[in-house]
Design a protein around this ligand. Structure first.
Ligand SMILES: *Cc1c(COP(=O)(O)O)cnc(C)c1O
Length: 396
């Protein structure tokens, strides 16, 4: 293909040049006397990204999925009861993992396009007088359907009921891109990965763990070794790791955290909201539907676009990739062929979103979908220019 490929999937995301350069280094001695001078500030600055002051951040070699496993393996025991909900590929896979770990899973199987069912969670927790539920799981941003759920709302329920369950949150496609507050929301384990909001290659599982979750480790009957929180904490306290860390990726992560801090987390979130708003305007202008059922569920990092029943969304994704070099996200699991996804997270600006939307229009037209050429791009441009007028110059 001639020209740039356009990466418009919700992870891996576009990697900034500064991050690439930060990783273009010789391999280093992770037991060197000065290695802690690199590790300790990185761990403490990561806490700011998770918006936590107590607790710990861990970096395990692995992808986001390793974080799901670490949460379960460290803090729970076989047959512990967990309250879960599935409403998309990622929320569903975490629930499936709980079953493989022989947890007693109380799951709400929701329609795809819905989010965490707060009312059902409340009722189930209310009925749990003897506090048999040890952990409540929530997928903050379901990447398969573009649905963001209300984590603060879950904390509110636990507090109202004075329920001691741990709160585990999958923040793989939200942390570093949309509002996430570890402390304020009383999250006990938050899972993220390097290839989404952190704009890095895949390979690091980055986790926030509360003091309460660290205490729960001591009571767990699950064997845990490679992903063990306690071993990692003991080594991290000295600025080291229990085994060879992915130091090169961590150099990239240092640059990533610096970029997030320089832009300011609130500005990062506002930028994602602005870009997402333009994408949603485009979807509406095409006459297509957002997979997320209600506006309050709309994700600011990914939009799943439902195509008409006569169209196979995979044809659109194929045309975009093969003819125009644009990667759109495919429909996963239940919504395969029914949706295509536009990722709008990470290192992204308005013009890059317009490029993705233009690519999607080319592909839609290629597949004979009926819409006015330029309508989606035009709608996004209107939204972006309106939003820009409200921005202070300093944010430019
Ligand atoms: C990408 C993603 C995962 C899985 O992460 P991997 O890095 O692919 O293991 C889990 N949850 C959500 C919400 C995701 O977007």
């Amino acid at each position: 293909m001639i020209g740039y490929r356009t990466l418009a999937v919700p992870g891996p995301t576009n990697m900034p040049f500064a991050i690439r350069q930060a990783m273009d280094v010789a391999l280093e001695d992770h037991r060197a006397p000065d290695f802690p001078e690199f590790v300790k500030p990185l761990l403490s600055d990561l806490k700011a990204v998770f918006r936590m002051t107590s607790g710990r951040v861990f970096m395990f070699p692995g992808s986001g999925t390793a974080g799901w496993e670490a949460a379960i393996g460290n803090c729970l025991s076989p047959r512990d009861m967990v309250l879960t909900s599935s409403f998309g590929q990622f929320s569903g896979l975490w629930v499936e993992m709980c079953r493989r770990f022989n947890l007693d899973v109380k799951n709400f199987d929701m329609d795809w396009g819905e989010g965490v069912p707060l009312d059902l969670y409340r009722r189930r927790l209310e009925a749990d007088k003897h506090h048999r539920i040890k952990a409540v799981l929530a997928c903050h941003n379901e990447t398969a359907t573009g649905v963001t759920s209300d984590i603060a709302g879950i904390r509110q329920i636990l507090d109202d009921l004075d329920h001691p369950a741990l709160l585990f949150v999958d923040g793989v496609s939200s942390i570093g891109a949309i509002d996430f507050r570890m402390d304020e929301w009383g999250v006990d384990v938050a899972v993220s990965g390097s290839q989404k909001g952190f704009m890095l290659p895949t390979g690091l599982c980055i986790m926030g763990v509360s003091d309460k979750a660290m205490e729960a480790c001591a009571r767990s009957d699950h064997p845990s070794c490679y992903l063990d929180f306690t071993d990692m904490a003991t080594a991290n306290d000295q600025g080291y790791f229990p085994y060879t860390p992915a130091a090169t990726l961590m150099r990239g992560l240092r640059a990533s955290v610096d970029m997030l801090m320089e832009e300011g987390l609130d500005n990062v979130f506002a930028r994602h909201a602005r870009l997402a708003d333009g994408v949603r305007a485009a979807v509406g202008a095409w006459g297509l539907r957002n997979c997320a059922r209600r506006p309050e569920l709309h994700s600011d990092t990914v939009t799943a676009v439902v195509v008409d029943p006569g169209t196979n969304a995979n044809d659109i994704i194929g045309a975009a990739y093969n003819h125009y070099g644009v990667s759109l996200g495919g429909g996963l699991g239940k919504v395969a062929g029914k949706v295509f996804r536009i990722g709008h997270l990470g290192w992204l600006n308005e013009a890059m979103v317009i490029q993705a939307l233009g690519g999607a229009e080319l592909a839609l037209r290629h597949c004979g979908v009926n819409f006015e050429a330029g309508s989606g791009v035009g709608a996004a441009i209107e939204r972006f220019t309106e939003a820009r007028l409200d921005l202070p110059l300093a944010a430019e």
